[in-house]
Design a protein around this ligand. Structure first.
Ligand code: GLV
Ligand code: MN
Ligand code: MN
Length: 394
């Protein structure tokens, strides 16, 4: 299986790769469209019919489309800007190889298996993570999704070429189980394969710091109303408060106007990503960060406005299913994660599980993200076992 994995992985490895080895695979951008063609091609090679749910999500079918008890697997192709190649695509490549594995073993599943490629999981282009699964489950209405804009002003509706179709009403009655395989994204897994227990609640907030744009050479220090200072102090406050709360806060994306070396900025726009083990802790953390930003703004003579952009509630995966899969995989460890996934969105509607593949360094959302081919092959074997268990005769 390791050789089969290496071969298939090599087919997609160059697509959207930058000169530093990271990936620029924004949803519905050229590299992602190439990957979607690759997906159709892989499905064709396996006599699997591909359907599109009208939201940008693709499904390759082994068995009757949306037949009762469908087992949904797969993941996403899009990456964070200059991120790793495993986050997402590993789940899709592994799903096709798991189908091969089952077929080679002569398994004929009693229920349909669908390999999914969800659109815009990272929210890297249109700002809202898990957009495809949110649309499929009705967690966002099609008009709001269609209006989401990328950095160039292109809307999701325009990129998709249509108004999204929205929720699939039959989802909960048609899909019996979801299982997404994913690279583990911390240093929490010491063996090749684990099973997920939970996803920490997380969210994104847009922070707009405004002040008085002015000349860097003629404005006395005492006369300045510089939003960069308020922003900088807020970055430090977020880090400190997250540490105190045993939670996570990150400000990693920022845009400045006018972004000139010799001009005091008039606007600093930044995005806060906050996560915690429970929603109350996360909300308290964000409140504290915002209070500190507002206090600092009063000192700096600037203003700060905070807008929530996305909320992903706490997910507890089906404990019975997780225990069953762990036992099936020889007591695989069961572990939580701070990373978001389409499986988390789907879990509100369908019994859902995730398999994690060991990440030796724990690095993710970075070009250094990596899993060994042999661990990935172990992931394929585990996924094949799980699909057989969930889709096979019972
Ligand atoms: C997605 O990977 C996220 O956790 O932000
Ligand atoms: Mn990710
Ligand atoms: Mn992912």
């Amino acid at each position: 299986m390791t050789a089969a994995f290496s071969r298939l992985w090599a087919e997609i490895a160059p697509i959207g790769r930058d000169s530093a080895g990271g990936y620029l695979r924004y949803a519905l951008s050229e590299p992602e469209l190439i990957l979607r063609d690759w997906f159709r091609n892989q499905a064709d090679r396996r006599d699997m019919t591909v359907t599109d749910d009208g939201n940008g999500n693709l499904f390759a079918w082994w068995g009757r489309q949306w037949g009762p008890g469908t087992v949904l697997t797969g993941s996403h192709f899009d990456s964070v800007p200059h991120g790793g190649g495993y986050d997402g695509p590993l789940g899709i490549v592994s799903a096709f190889l798991a189908v091969d594995r089952l077929r080679a073993a002569g398994v004929t599943p009693a229920r349909p298996i669908a390999v999914a490629a969800f659109v815009e999981e990272e929210g890297g282009r249109f700002g809202l993570p898990c957009l495809g699964s949110r649309l499929l489950t009705g967690a966002i209405d099609p008009d709001s999704a269609a209006a989401l804009c990328d950095a160039e002003g292109v809307t999701f509706g325009e990129a998709l070429g249509d108004r999204p179709a929205g929720a699939l009403p039959a989802l909960a009655s048609r899909v019996g189980a979801v299982v997404e395989l994913h690279i583990e994204q911390g240093r929490a897994l010491a063996v090749p394969v684990g099973v997920a227990s939970a996803i920490w609640p997380h969210g994104r907030w847009r922070l707009e710091f405004t002040g008085d744009g002015d000349h860097a050479g003629t404005t006395r220090m005492a006369d300045r109303h510089d939003p960069m200072l308020t922003f900088a102090d807020t970055v430090l406050a977020a880090n400190e408060e997250a540490r105190l709360a045993g939670a996570l806060a990150t400000i990693a994306r920022v845009s400045v106007q006018p972004n000139a070396t010799n001009a005091i900025p008039s606007l600093v726009r930044a995005w806060l990503d906050a996560r915690a083990a429970d929603t109350a802790t996360m909300e308290r953390l964000v409140d504290t960060i915002v209070k500190r930003a507002v206090n600092r703004a009063a000192r700096d003579g600037t203003q700060v406005v905070v807008e929530p952009e996305s909320a992903s509630p706490e997910v507890a995966f089906d404990t019975t299913l997780a225990a069953r899969l762990s036992a099936l995989l020889g007591d695989a460890p069961i572990l939580p994660t701070g990373a978001g996934h389409d499986a988390g969105v789907l879990s509100a509607h369908v019994p859902t599980a995730m398999l994690f593949v060991r990440n030796p360094t724990g690095i993710s959302h970075s070009p250094a993200e990596h899993a060994s081919d042999s661990d990935c092959a172990a992931g394929v074997e585990a996924l094949a076992e799980v699909l057989k268990e969930l889709a096979g005769p019972s």
